[in-house]
Write a protein that binds this ligand. Structure first.
Ligand code: PGA
Length: 259
């Protein structure tokens, strides 16, 4: 099965010139790794230009953050239709850096639902800020999932990519262990299967059986040295890569480690 790698450039690089250079290196890495689906999430301001100069099919594009609203008086926001028009097929939803600025679980859920209506694939980010001995991080993630899928029809559940990103690992060099991630992928799938239509818990309602097949990505300190064991042992299908994705050399090494 093909693995999925999302290159989340965050607010980098500073100029279009550098963005083009980074994109060219990224594209080359993708072209030599046939078993990897690469999704580049550049800053929105670079998206259309990068899309326009790319004629191939091996790289897809994502918007880093979108509004659930269709249009109107939302200064600074970008709509899903605008992102689609610029060439994005995917949208990152509920990244922890947006949640830290106040995005709620419910707001993320509205973007997930709106993205599906527009025919875009939401990459829903969930993950706790810290781990607790008594397992509170599981209920935290469960609540994020419940709200995010509240308006998703059970038949659409596998159209959402779920990215588990433990906030405490983001930006560093050390991931969580593949074993802990394996526990989390099982938990996420079970949680989705256990939800009834409308995001509640099952009590005879129509469950999200397809939740068992949802694709899960891992994000947080993914590097060229830890990606492969994570892919092999965790039950995740791929990654969201932050700081390593803006280092052309390291990112190429990461992609080639997976092929
Ligand atoms: P990182 O970021 O790879 O730099 O840890 C991942 C993310 O925030 O998506």
């Amino acid at each position: 099965m093909k693995s999925i790698v999302v290159a989340n450039w965050k607010m980098n690089p500073p100029t279009m010139r550098e963005a083009k250079k980074l994109f060219d290196a990224t594209r080359k890495a993708a072209e030599s790794a046939k078993n990897v689906t690469l999704i580049v999430a550049p800053p929105a301001i670079f998206l259309r230009d990068l899309r326009a100069r790319y004629k191939g099919k091996r790289v897809a594009f994502a918007l880093q953050q979108a509004s659930a609203e269709g249009s109107g008086a939302y200064t600074g926001d970008i709509s899903l239709l605008q992102a689609k028009d610029a060439g994005a097929q995917y949208v990152i939803v509920g990244h922890s850096e947006q949640r830290a600025k106040g995005e709620t679980n419910e707001a993320a859920g509205k973007v997930v639902a709106a993205a599906l209506v527009c025919g875009m694939t939401p990459i829903l980010c969930v993950g706790e800020r810290e781990r607790s001995q008594n397992g509170e991080h599981f209920s935290f993630v469960k609540e994020q999932l419940r709200a995010a899928f509240a308006d998703v029809e059970p038949s659409k559940v596998t159209k959402v990519l779920v990215a588990y990103e433990p906030v405490w690992a983001i930006g560093g060099e050390k991931t969580m262990s593949p074993r802990d991630m394996h526990e989390m992928t099982i938990f996420i799938r079970k949680t989705l299967v256990g939800m009834s239509s409308g995001g509640g818990s099952t009590s005879g309602g129509k469950g999200y059986e397809a939740g068992m097949n949802v694709k899960i990505l891992y994000g947080g300190a993914t590097t060229e040295s830890n990606a492969l064991p994570m892919l092999q042992e965790s039950g995740a299908q791929g990654f969201i890569v932050g700081h390593v994705s803006i280092d052309a050399f390291r990112f190429a090494a990461l992609i080639s480690s997976l092929s």
